[in-house]
Design a protein around this ligand. Structure first.
Ligand SMILES: Cc1cc2nc3c(=O)[nH]c(=O)nc-3n(C[C@H](O)[C@H](O)[C@H](O)COP(=O)(O)OP(=O)(O)OC[C@H]3O[C@@H](n4cnc5c(N)ncnc54)[C@H](O)[C@@H]3O)c2cc1C
Length: 99
């Protein structure tokens, strides 16, 4: 559960790739912040791409530090739904304060 923050100096708009990465850095630096997302984490990957899309780089490359793709080998190309799941799992890992 995201702690109830009513006043914050650092606001991240959007919980896509960029917003989640930013939140991870802010969390590591112990900087209180909120991430505001109008749809859902990595929603653009779920509904803003054609169904057959896979990441255009291999899994070893197209990932965040410290987390591999569970069901795709390093040389595989991850389907878009799994990319979205991955970002959501990553956000959960450090309890990203997404609203
Ligand atoms: C066809 C295609 C293929 C791609 N393939 C790859 C790939 O293989 N590998 C790769 O690394 N990258 C790939 N990219 C690029 C990648 O999708 C983008 O670079 C990445 O998603 C950008 O992340 P982002 O967080 O900046 O934006 P987005 O992922 O678009 O996230 C922005 C988020 O902000 C939210 N938002 C927007 N406005 C507001 C608002 N006013 N208030 C609250 N929330 C808001 C949206 O709902 C969304 O969730 C591809 C892009 C496209 C179009």
């Amino acid at each position: 559960m995201t702690p109830e923050i009513t006043k914050v100096d650092t606001l991240v708009v959007g919980a896509g790739q960029a917003g989640i990465a930013m939140s991870e850095h802010l969390t590591r630096l112990d900087i209180p912040h909120l991430v505001l997302e109008k749809q859902g984490i990595a929603q653009a990957w779920r509904t803003g791409r054609w169904d057959s899309l896979v990441a255009n780089g291999p899994a070893w490359h197209d990932r965040f530090p410290g987390q591999t793709f569970a069901d795709t080998g390093p040389d595989g190309f991850v389907p878009k739904e799994r990319v979205a799941d991955y970002f959501a799992e990553y956000a959960q890992r450090f309890n990203a304060p997404v609203r």
